[in-house]
Ligand binder design. Structure first.
Ligand code: GLY
Length: 426
């Protein structure tokens, strides 16, 4: 099968590696990175939002299946709608279903309408009304830009003053453009977070191995938020009953009700959950594979990944039963110095082959080939994943592999999956 992957990060390298190296498919990645180039053919001439050009390529090259990595082509460009209208198989949601990620207000109202969330919230486009609500409810409180703000529109506000400032940044200063012309003000919840992703074709729902990611830059969850500094799977804090609750009582009803409302969800539905003392709650939905979650989840799949994706795209997911390894997977993201603020690019990388020799999977995120040399080309540069029979073993392996990799200013967290290791030991 010929598979076209849209995107260029660690998630896309993990997808490309899995489909090409493990499942033997012929993989193209648009535009791709230096890692995807090692397992298939990159298409650097395309940007992910060039839907018409990607479709023309898929038709010309007789691509059997297109898999969309990032959310923007789904939310903004309706890539799935365009491909389907042209009779091209594609894995992902329609633009209408992608509202689950593209509009926080849509999702909170949908969940409330169907009794799938207990948290209180209100949607505002008036700063005065939003501030009056914040003053009534008190802090801590969460203020979210409604639309897709490149992951930067959500603010957990410790005080009423912070919430009022964020409201102004969204609704008055329009810092997030049209993504922030409406906001959602909602209840602040506490507990461990986890990511529960499912494959769905709009009817059948097949859960993947759950994961937990690390959003802050510094050890001990300190410093600013990032695109993700590491991840592990499975999640010891998520007991089997709670996992079943999330899948059966939150995610499956979401898929059913979205279909009933005329917007069936297809592809990956990613439930960002929080495990509160009163039970699990949905924090957000994403309409695509998580990053870095994909870098731990995909290596744990024992079944043929290509077959699952194809079955989902063809609406016959009921025919497949994915099998998951019982091993533990840990991914540590390697960033450039300064990330998530300003950082340098163009530094030569070394030691990747030595790291891989000991069985680690080295997924490229921000890398490129320049004058015959592998150099850094982004803030998150690599995701290094290792599997083991225990979290302790997986952590030892991944951190030993990281010792072999070098580039100037290289930074990574030292505590990824430490809490999982401690929980497992206990
Ligand atoms: N790891 C969070 C995300 O993919 O959005």
């Amino acid at each position: 099968m010929k598979v076209l992957i849209v995107g260029s990060g660690g998630r896309e390298h993990a997808l490309a590696w899995r489909l090409a190296v493990c499942d033997g498919q012929q993989v193209y990645t648009a535009p791709g990175n230096a890692g995807t180039a090692q397992v298939g053919r990159n298409l650097p001439q395309f940007e992910v939002n060039q839907t018409d050009a990607l479709l023309a390529f898929a038709q010309r090259e007789r691509i059997d299946l297109t898999v969309v990595g990032p959310e923007r082509p789904l939310i903004h460009d309706g890539i799935v709608d365009c491909f389907r209208a042209a009779g091209q198989r594609i894995y992902g949601p329609t633009q209408a279903a992608a509202r689950l990620e593209g509009s926080k207000a849509f999702t909170d109202e949908f969940l409330a309408r169907h009794g799938l969330s207990r948290k209180w919230f209100q949607v505002f486009d008036s700063p005065a009304a939003a501030k009056a609500y914040v003053r009534r409810q008190g802090a801590p409180i969460v203020v979210k830009a409604d639309g897709d703000a490149f992951g930067k529109g959500v603010k957990v506000c410790a005080t009423v003053a912070q919430a009022e400032e964020w409201i102004d940044r969204c609704l008055v200063q329009r810092e997030f453009g049209s993504a922030g012309e409406r906001i959602v003000v909602e209840q602040y919840l506490t507990g461990q977070e986890c990511s529960v992703q499912v494959f769905t074709d709009g009817e059948t729902v097949l859960p993947m191995a759950p994961a937990q990611d690390y959003k802050r830059i510094g050890d001990g969850d300190t410093g600013p938020n990032t695109g993700g500094m590491g991840c592990y799977s499975p999640v010891p804090a998520l007991d089997p009953e709670t996992f079943e609750h999330i899948v059966e009582r939150l995610v499956r009803p979401t898929v059913e009700k979205m279909a009933e409302e005329g917007s069936p969800v297809t592809g990956t539905l990613y439930a960002g959950c929080i495990l509160t003392s009163a039970g699990p709650e949905l924090l957000e939905y994403n309409c695509r594979f998580g990053d870095p979650e994909t870098q731990v989840v995909v290596p744990l799949l024992e079944s043929d990944f290509a077959e699952v994706l194809l079955a989902a795209a063809e609406g016959r997911l009921r025919e497949v039963t994915p099998r998951w390894s019982q091993q533990r997977a840990v991914c540590v993201v390697v960033a450039a110095q300064g990330y998530p603020g300003a950082y340098e690019k163009g530094h030569p990388l070394s030691g990747l082959e030595q790291a891989a020799q000991d069985g680690a999977l080295v997924f490229h995120a921000g890398t490129k080939q320049q004058d015959g040399q592998l150099v850094t080309a982004g803030g998150r540069v690599l995701g290094v994943t290792a599997l083991g029979d225990t979290f302790a073993a997986a952590r030892r392996k991944v951190y030993a592999a990281l010792e072999k990799i070098h580039f100037p200013g290289m930074y990574y967290r030292r505590d990824i999956a430490a809490r999982a290791e401690a929980a497992e030991a206990a």
